[in-house]
Ligand binder design. Structure first.
Ligand code: CA
Length: 622
């Protein structure tokens, strides 16, 4: 208890402190320390800590902790930042490190940095790979497991489910409640559009304008809830792939109000947009002007372009990704706009991740529809300029584009099924074609059901192809229940709420009763094929042999020495096709019968096969 006179002087002191801060005489403090924790035992023993606080660079940091030493202190243009390189010995013990910030021997302020022990086997974790099938979810639009987190006081955008570009309230808890739904469908991995904080005033739901790299957006959940979701997934055999964005941050990122250095982001006298011409990065004849605009121009007015040529920026981002892998237990990263930032910096990042986690996997979003241009970005491609990205997995945009047209067209020299054949024929360009992620759509493209003109048979053909072609299949939430939308017209159209994900929804498509017969047909077909793929080594890892499409039928095989699956796609809208299989004898002569895997139908004579109009046969050969 304070006596009265003490109370009064305490109040006076508090007032004085307030006034002095009003007039700018703020005391030295630490507002942020990033990362605020790190682990013992990484191959790279140094962590670079960014400290942010008023006039912090006028102090000298010191610490006393066995096995931890300050190796370097870097100050920059802005005195409100300090970068401290901490070296952590393998024998250091977990605990809280107090960093004292001193001026002429006096402690002005302190900060706590936490030293943690790594979980057993953390470095050896498997990344997602060819054995997997990925389910992509836009978290704000899947399921609202916690209506109480829809509105977070102090955050700029409020929930508004009737606004297509607004926040709808979907969250991590909604995903956690539906892990078994995703698992039963046959998926083994989940990729979430970014879950990091996006405290932007508008259209913040999509996640690609990050305002705090170390925090999950609280409308989706807490950091702890994200970790719990990853744990819950792992315990059910589902790998988590986190979306990361290094090219840009959100315009409302906290550091935008007080940048560490002028070159922290790429700045121009007036707003300068990227030309999005990714070819300039690999083109031997590209002008510097075009190239610079591609890589340094801003992705959007709300997305400042970060400068990864600044080593402090690059270190910050490298550590941020390691922090999330280690903290939450990730098994994969999907890197947004992968070819846009400095390509050498990106290669340094990949190498560092793979050094710490040799079996981890990263897929780069390289929105390039031409295989020759795309191959530049894959690990070990013998590029003329000597560039090696070290990145094995890329999004297979050439195949996605072919898929969007193939089932809509009749047969021509280079149309219809020939599009699929031709894209695979370009695989000689890739050192690791089996590591490409294959997809028909994502959160940026039109919905499959839209570009297939609401045709259930085309959907099923696409499913058969996607789940049997080489590569790692990726599916976009909701297409299993025929969610529709023209993504080229409006992004909101392809990012609708999953029916049944919100309390009080009239329809619940998470249950069989909530699905129409068309929806059930596609849902069940996908489930059959994916669950077959899940247990099929040959579909996951087998080689490919294909035959030029004839008479609107494309036949290919996935095989090992003594095992094979034969896939036949009939692209004709009306006619059943009878195929004489003698053309395939180089592989088929080894087998006498088979089973169609989606129907269980036994096939005792392989010499002629009948395929109904606009459908696929997937035959396990015996
Ligand atoms: Ca919610």
């Amino acid at each position: 208890m304070l006596n009265n006179s003490k109370k009064i002087s305490f109040l006076l002191m508090a007032l004085l402190l307030n006034w002095s801060s009003l007039f700018g005489a703020r005391s030295i403090n630490v507002e942020r320390i990033e990362p605020s924790s790190w682990w013992i035992g990484f191959k790279e023993p140094v962590v670079q800590v960014m400290v942010y606080g008023h006039q912090i660079a006028t102090t000298r940091p010191e610490l006393k902790y066995p096995g931890v030493a300050i190796r370097r202190v870097i100050s920059v243009d802005n005195p409100n930042y300090l970068f401290i390189d901490l070296e952590i010995d393998k024998k250091a013990q977990p605990g809280q490190i107090q960093i004292a910030f001193k001026q002429s021997g006096k402690v002005r302020t302190t900060a706590i940095f936490e030293l943690l022990e790594r979980t057993q086997g953390s470095a050896e974790r498997d990344g997602f790979n060819q054995s997997d099938a990925i389910y992509l979810i836009m978290p704000d639009r899947f399921a609202n497991g916690k209506p109480e987190n829809d509105m977070i006081p102090g955050m700029k955008e409020k929930p508004n489910r009737s606004e297509p570009y607004g926040r709808h309230g979907g969250d991590l808890e909604g995903i956690r409640k539906n892990i078994d739904f995703i698992k039963d469908l046959g998926f083994t991995s989940i990729w979430l559009n970014p879950v990091q904080e996006n405290d932007q005033p508008q259209a913040s739901y999509h996640g690609y304008a990050i305002t705090d790299f170390y925090r999950i957006d609280r409308r989706l959940g807490t950091n702890q809830e994200f970790k719990e979701l990853v744990d819950a997934c792992r315990s059910r055999g589902i790998k988590m792939i986190m979306d990361m964005v290094f090219n840009h941050c959100g315009s409302e990122h906290w550091w935008m109000k007080d940048l560490p250095t002028h070159d922290w982001i790429n700045q121009f006298p007036e707003f300068t947009r990227s030309n999005y011409r990714l070819s300039t990065v690999s083109d031997p004849y590209a002008s510097k002007a075009d190239f610079e605009l591609t890589t340094r121009g801003w992705f959007d007015t709300t997305m400042p372009d970060m400068n990864l040529q600044n080593e402090l920026v690059l270190n910050y981002l490298i550590q941020n990704s390691i922090w999330w892998i280690e903290y939450s237990g990730l098994q994969g990263i999907r890197m947004d706009t992968y070819p846009y930032p400095d390509k050498d910096a990106m290669a340094v990042w990949v190498k560092r991740i793979m050094k710490e986690y040799p079996k981890f996997n990263i897929v780069g979003e390289s929105w390039i529809s031409n295989p020759a241009k795309l191959a530049y970005w894959q690990k070990d491609f013998p590029n003329k300029d000597g560039y090696n990205s070290y990145l094995k997995s890329l999004m297979d945009f050439p195949l996605a584009e072919a898929m969007s047209q193939a089932f809509n067209e009749g047969e021509g020299w280079s149309s219809g099924l020939m599009r699929l054949y031709d894209v695979l024929a370009d695989d000689h360009l890739y050192r690791y074609p089996m590591d490409l992620v294959v997809f028909a759509e994502n959160h940026d493209l039109g919905r499959m059901f839209h570009f297939y003109n609401n045709d259930v048979n085309k959907m099923k053909l696409a499913i058969a192809f996607l789940c049997t072609v080489r590569g790692i299949p990726q599916w976009y939430y909701g297409s299993e229940i025929l969610m529709d939308g023209n993504g080229y017209e409006s992004h909101a159209a392809i990012r609708k709420d999953y029916p049944g994900g919100w309390p009080g929804d009239a329809i619940n498509a998470f249950t069989a009763e909530g699905r129409t017969s068309d929806q059930s047909e596609v849902f069940n077909y996908l489930k059959k094929v994916l669950n077959y793929r899940k247990n099929s080594d040959v579909l996951q890892y087998g080689k490919t042999l294909h035959f030029i499409p004839q008479n609107e039928v494309y036949v290919y095989f996935r095989y090992f020495d003594d095992e094979a699956v034969m896939i036949l796609l009939n692209n004709n809208d009306e006619q059943e096709r009878e195929v004489n299989t003698s053309r395939f004898s180089e592989i088929l002569s080894k087998y006498s019968k088979g089973v169609e895997v989606t129907t269980g139908q036994r096939i005792s004579n392989l010499s002629t096969l009948k395929i109904p109009a606009k459908s696929a046969l997937i035959i396990e050969l015996r």
